[in-house]
Design a protein around this ligand. Structure first.
Ligand code: NDP
Length: 293
């Protein structure tokens, strides 16, 4: 019996601007190949004024879904049919899923972080120091709180941005965690000089862009002597994965999560949303390690 010919590949992708340096395609396509799926993930440069047309195009081409990265995570919402709970709490979408023709906005960044965190520990009842108050910090804070984290200390240089995140967390997020049966305490601390980690904190997360290529030796203003060995230290920077913070915390004996953990974690959840199947996270991490080798 001759093999049935099918040259039509299922489409997924990433909309961003600029987007050329986004390393998601090799990671996702390696997963598709390992799953035996003849699917594509296209890295697509979409200018802000063309976002509506690009989403209409994705509908016309029958995309199974797509990621949104800077600067589209908030702007894309008006072109979608609905948004999921986390995306609605964050006011940002990084993953769009075609569910029977309806485009639904989800946010997988924080969920990816929680998945990589759970490989080391249970977030329940933990106290977390969050450095930064941008999109990554917002996503991590929301999902760690929904996963049971009981205290979040936001540390940010720009006071307005720090206070805005504190207000969001104390309002909508605290209500959402209450509905899951636990209390959340949130504080904002302005970042002045080297930050001293308060006693009793269990988790430290760098959710700033300090250390991102090409500024690979940039130092986070942090008093490393206040980071105890028992602490779990995470960095969101994917490039390079071994940041100065990852190196220094590892040398102290802390358990460490690098930025590839979150990147792979969100990719796994995106593929699950799009295909209904679970990809091999190890295959995805290896593909990224080759990119950043
Ligand atoms: P945003 O621009 O939204 O936020 C950047 C944050 O970094 C702000 O809080 C900003 O503080 C802070 N910051 C930048 N430079 C400094 C500095 N010199 N000193 C103190 N604070 C500083 O970016 P995102 O939150 O979207 O992204 C942050 C990082 O997370 C990026 O490097 C990105 O690559 C990474 N990321 C990784 C992901 C992964 O899967 N691994 C997923 C998403 C993001 P201020 O408000 O004071 O300016």
């Amino acid at each position: 019996m001759p093999k049935e010919l099918n040259f039509k590949q299922e489409l997924t992708g990433c909309f961003g601007f600029p987007v050329a340096e986004n390393p998601t395609q090799p990671m996702i396509e390696a997963a598709f190949r390992a799953m035996g799926l003849d699917w594509r993930y296209l890295t697509l440069e979409v200018r802000p004024e063309k976002l509506g047309a690009a989403v209409a195009g994705a509908r016309a081409f029958g995309f199974r879904g797509f990621n949104c990265t800077i600067p589209h995570k908030v702007a894309v919402i008006e072109y979608l049919d609905s948004v999921g709970e986390s995306a609605s709490l964050m006011g940002a979408v990084n993953c769009v899923v075609n569910r029977d023709g309806a485009l639904v906005g989800e946010n997988t960044d924080g969920k990816g972080f929680v998945a990589s965190f759970r490989a080391l520990a249970d977030p329940s009842g933990k106290s977390m120091v969050l450095l930064g108050a941008g999109g990554a910090a917002r996503a991590i804070g929301v999902e760690m709180a929904l996963a049971g984290c009981s205290q979040i200390t936001i540390v940010n240089r720009d006071e307005k941005r720090g206070r805005e995140l504190e207000t969001l967390f104390r309002g909508k997020l605290c209500e959402a965690t209450k509905a899951t049966g636990h209390e959340l305490a949130v504080t904002y601390v302005p970042w002045r000089g080297d930050f001293r980690v308060p006693a009793g904190a269990d988790i430290l997360v760098n959710a700033t862009s300090i250390g991102l290529f090409p500024d690979v030796d940039a130092r986070i203003p942090l008093a490393m002597e206040t980071v105890p060995q028992e602490m779990i230290v995470a960095d969101v920077i994917p490039n390079p994965p071994t940041t100065r913070l990852v190196r220094e915390a590892g040398a102290k004996g802390c358990r460490v999560i690098d930025g590839l953990g979150m990147l792979v974690g969100q990719g796994v959840i995106g593929i699950e949303y799009w295909t209904g199947m679970s990809p091999d996270a190890a295959v995805m991490r290896r593909a990224l390690e080759q990119v950043f080798a």
